[in-house]
Design a protein. Structure first.
Length: 117
C-alpha cells in the first residue's frame, strides 16, 4: 500500500546537499512536489534538516530545504539490487522554480505536452 500523498516522477539528476553547506553529492531517484528520494554514499539520520541544490544544468540550480524522513544505508555491492535505499527527503521550502520543474515532469511523464499555439 502506497502511503504517499503526492505522485512521484522518476528522475535521476545530480544534487549537492548538506546540513549547512551543500558539500555532499548524490542523485535523485524520484521527485514529487513535496519530496524526493536522494541516493548518496553520505546518509544522514532521520529528522536531520538539509539544504538541497538540484543541478538542472551548468548554469541553472534550484535550492530547496527539507528534512530526512527515513534513511536506509546498503552496502555498495547491493545498491543495484535493493531499490529503496538512500534518504527520503520531505521538502519544507521550495521555490517556484522547483514547483514549475515538477509540473513539467508531470506533463512529460504522463504524456501531456503543451500544444503549439
Amino acid at each position: 500500500m502506497d502511503k504517499r500523498r503526492t505522485k512521484r516522477y522518476m528522475k535521476q539528476m545530480s544534487v549537492r546537499f548538506g546540513e549547512n553547506d551543500c558539500e555532499h553529492v548524490g542523485l535523485t531517484y524520484d521527485i514529487s512536489a513535496q519530496g524526493m528520494l536522494l541516493r548518496s554514499s553520505r546518509i544522514y539520520p532521520p529528522l536531520t534538516h538539509l539544504r538541497v541544490e538540484l543541478l538542472l544544468s551548468d548554469q541553472e540550480k534550484i535550492f530547496c530545504e527539507g528534512g530526512v524522513r527515513w534513511a536506509k544505508r546498503v552496502p555498495p555491492a547491493l545498491t543495484r539490487l535493493i531499490k529503496k535505499h538512500g534518504m527520503g527527503i520531505f521538502l519544507t521550502h521550495t521555490p517556484i522554480e522547483y514547483q514549475q520543474f515538477v509540473s513539467q515532469l508531470a506533463r512529460t511523464q504522463t504524456g501531456l505536452t503543451a500544444s503549439p499555439t
